[in-house]
Design a binder for this molecule. Structure first.
Ligand code: LHQ
Length: 270
């Protein structure tokens, strides 16, 4: 039975928070090309809607995402003799790279609420979000080496930055499963919470971020990622340039005025 594209990603909104739910639970929310396209569309809609000030991404059922759907004809090798091997790089060029770049360029913070196993590209899609909060039964697996591939969807870039070279090598080479609590202790993710509290904790964090100055948060996210490849002085100069720009914006005046007035600020820039 073919799946309806709009149903493989469920989209809902609570206040200023857009919630995207990966929704192919019988295949552990593995990504097909249609689902990757729907995810991109849902992120683009969230980015274009100025009432959205934070995005939460989670999975339906017992998994966050098992990564690429290995049964998808686009990637499944044809075992018949003489069949031409498939160029799976096309799927990265056409879907995963644009998705990873889009996630990073979102004008508002993204939170992965990891409700279960996150494997392969599913793990790295979660790790590409700005904050990762996992339920205690969730786990992360760099499944790639088990099928003769390298970590994609940003994995080779993200892993050493998150956990350092030694752990990155362990996770990527051995494909070891890391449970949520260990993922916090090695710095792979930000928080682990009881399963029952996952969505309420993710939503509370999203709502907190939604009330903050989105543009300053967007520049903070960008500068932190960029700083990994800069020397100290370059980072200082880029900070100064960005601070100068933000100083002209509404949210800075509002933040300072609210502090002086001893009231809550009403941020609106994006
Ligand atoms: C699945 C999948 C799956 C389809 C579970 N596909 N059905 C980019 C570009 C091009 C090519 C290739 O890849 C990439 C990026 C990548 O993401 S590569 C990595 C792809 N992912 C994997 O290799 C992970 C494969 N899955 C697993 O290792 C396990 O299923 C995990 C550890 C995720 C969960 O294990 P269990 O909890 O024991 O569940 P299970 O294995 O029994 O799976 C449940 C069902 O989901 C089962 O179907 P069935 O009909 O038997 O109930 C699986 O076949 C299906 N499923 N992952 N990626």
């Amino acid at each position: 039975m073919s799946e309806s594209p709009e149903l493989v990603i469920q989209v809902s909104t609570q206040g200023a928070v857009r919630i995207l739910t990966l929704n192919r639970p019988t295949a552990l929310n593995a990504f097909t090309a249609a689902m990757l396209a729907s995810t991109r569309e849902a992120l683009a809609e969230a980015a274009a809607d100025s009432s959205v000030r934070a995005v939460v991404i989670t999975g339906a059922g017992r998994a966050f995402s098992a990564g690429q759907d290995l049964g998808d004809p686009l990637v499944k090798p044809d075992p018949s003799p003489g069949a031409a091997p498939k160029d799976i790089g096309h799927l990265l060029d056409g879907y995963y790279i644009p998705l990873a770049l889009q996630l990073r360029a979102m004008p508002v913070p993204t939170i992965a609420a990891v409700n279960g196993v996150a494997a392969g590209a599913g793990a790295n899609f979660a790790l590409g979000c700005d904050l990762v909060i996992a339920g205690e039964s969730a786990s992360f697996i760099q499944a790639f080496s088990k099928i003769g591939l390298i970590p994609d969807c940003g994995g080779t870039w993200l892993l050493p930055r998150l956990v350092g070279r030694a752990k990155a090598m362990q996770l990527a080479l051995l494909g070891d499963k890391v449970k949520a609590a260990e993922a916090v202790s090695i710095g792979l993710i930000a928080r682990c919470v009881p399963d029952a509290d996952l969505m309420s904790e993710a939503m509370a964090t999203a709502q907190k971020l939604a009330a903050m100055p989105s543009r300053a948060l967007a520049e903070t996210r960008r500068l932190i990622d960029q700083a990994m490849d800069q020397d100290f002085e370059d980072a200082l100069r880029v900070e100064a340039m960005m601070q100068s720009q933000l100083g002209f914006a509404h949210d800075y005046s509002e933040g300072v005025q609210a502090f002086m007035d001893k009231r809550s600020p009403q941020f609106k820039d994006r």
